[in-house]
Design a protein around this ligand. Structure first.
Ligand code: CMP
Length: 140
């Protein structure tokens, strides 16, 4: 059975461009409840750890540099079928391929600066949420 939590980050491009409020509204309107949230900043080391799964990929260095270039908002979200429904809400990784009305179609400019991250599996949602939040920092 699909679990009901996913993890997201609003990335440095969307924070710098003033889209935090609009993206959080889209998340709420999509039926997701925010159960943990923080405004913070990754450095190269922590961004590298977060994206360690991609460390052999050619885009890893640029990804780490970009993700440590400015503030981010990290959050754990709750909804039935959270992982799949959130990926539908944000659209394809490459905003040029993202469906109209999705968060990436509206707020992202490139595959690197793609406005938001969404977990790709229940297992990774758990790992990524734990990366940012202790049990004391979650609403439930
Ligand atoms: P995200 O969902 O945060 O997961 C990894 C990120 O790497 C991805 O979003 C993109 O922003 C970035 N990325 C850059 N190039 C690629 C690529 N060719 N394929 C997948 N992700 C990429």
């Amino acid at each position: 059975m699909a679990t009901n939590r996913t993890f997201t980050m609003i990335k440095p491009d969307a924070v710098k461009n003033g889209h935090i409020g609009n993206i959080l509204k889209d998340i709420n309107d999509g039926g997701f409840k925010i159960i943990a949230m923080k405004y913070t900043h990754l450095n190269a080391e922590t961004a590298g750890q977060f994206y360690a799964v991609h460390k052999e990929r050619p885009f890893y260095k640029d990804l780490v540099e970009f993700m440590s270039s400015g503030a981010i908002v990290a959050a754990i979200l709750e909804k039935d079928n959270a992982v799949a429904d959130f990926r539908t809400l944000i659209g394809a990784t490459n905003p040029a391929e993202a469906a109209e009305g999705t968060i990436r179609a509206k707020y992202a400019k490139s595959i690197d600066a793609n406005a938001v991250h969404g977990s790709d599996s229940d297992e990774n949602a758990e790992i990524e949420g734990n990366f940012f939040f202790s049990s004391l920092e979650r609403f439930a």
